[in-house]
Design a protein around this ligand. Sequence first.
Ligand code: GDP
Ligand code: CA
Length: 333
Amino acid sequence: MLSGGVGGARFIQGLLRLVERTSSATTVTVIANTGDDIWVHGLKVCPDLDTVMYTLGSGIDTDRGWGRTDETWHAKEELAAYGVEPTWFGLGDRDLATHLVRTQMLDAGFSLSKVTDALCRRWLSPIWGARVRLLPMSDDRVETHVVIDDPADGEQRAVHFQEYWIRHQASVSASAVVAIGADRSAPAPGVIEAISDTDLVVLPPSNPVVSVGTILAVPGIRDALRTTTAPVVGVSGIVGDDHVHGMARQLLGIIGVEVSAAGVAEHYGSRRPGGGNGDGILDGWLVDSVDAPSVDRIEKAGIPARAVPLMMTDHDATADMAQAAIDLVLPGR
Ligand code: GDP
Ligand code: CA
């Protein structure tokens, strides 16, 4: 699976529920977006990696969907009392320990992959053993920035994605999304192998621009998706004419992609020869039942599609979505 944070993590929970239901020996490798990563107060924070890790490790705050359960915010208050910026980025006290460990290990020369593996020994191994593996998309620094019209002075400037997302709540006008460093980055160890040597690749309903889109910007990953012998199936995070949660609508608007399940499918493109301007990645696409009328249009773009309920209301509903994705591209499995 390629994954962002909250949407990706919820989908993985459903996929794992399906694995439990079928008592199969399936293993899941999650390749997570690191374009949201940010250095704050001297610490390296990896929001999507941590959301997946805490969610699968039962440490997530389920109401917020991110950060630690039973969190307190004393350090944040103390930093604010010093007047230290950024005050808009919330680092909880429990969460801080993760970033301290990560930053120390990075400072000591370990790669982000190695650090992630070490952190997952606490969160994933006790519950999932070798069945789930979490990989950063790249060990190199890649940071998504958004070119905004700064409401403070009307000037155009590029700000870190987190500043656009959290501080401005994606409500300022913006003209571009740039994954800085992506063109010079390399996939993390194991990423290409995981895509090439698998039975199925799943794109969860993660944000097509700043989650999946950023992963696809790492050179080699799109090619691996195009050449793997495994089918690649995706699930729409757009239902009707809006995202289910988050701010995908705003981001799709910035890159000029129609905000609809069909628009996103055409943006990813068909893997068939000639599909998606020749660099498409999809063998199948699930849309929500309300978008059933767009199935024909998606299939005309060379992408087999099916309409099923796509609300991740609980793990069983999400497991049914995962099964529908498998039925679409691997019938009988
Ligand atoms: P983030 O990194 O925390 O923003 O999370 P992701 O990028 O992994 O996922 C966010 C996307 O998941 C959003 O664009 C949502 O529309 C989508 N999403 C969240 N919940 C649901 C759901 O229940 N059903 C569907 N179809 N999409 C969802
Ligand atoms: Ca994210």
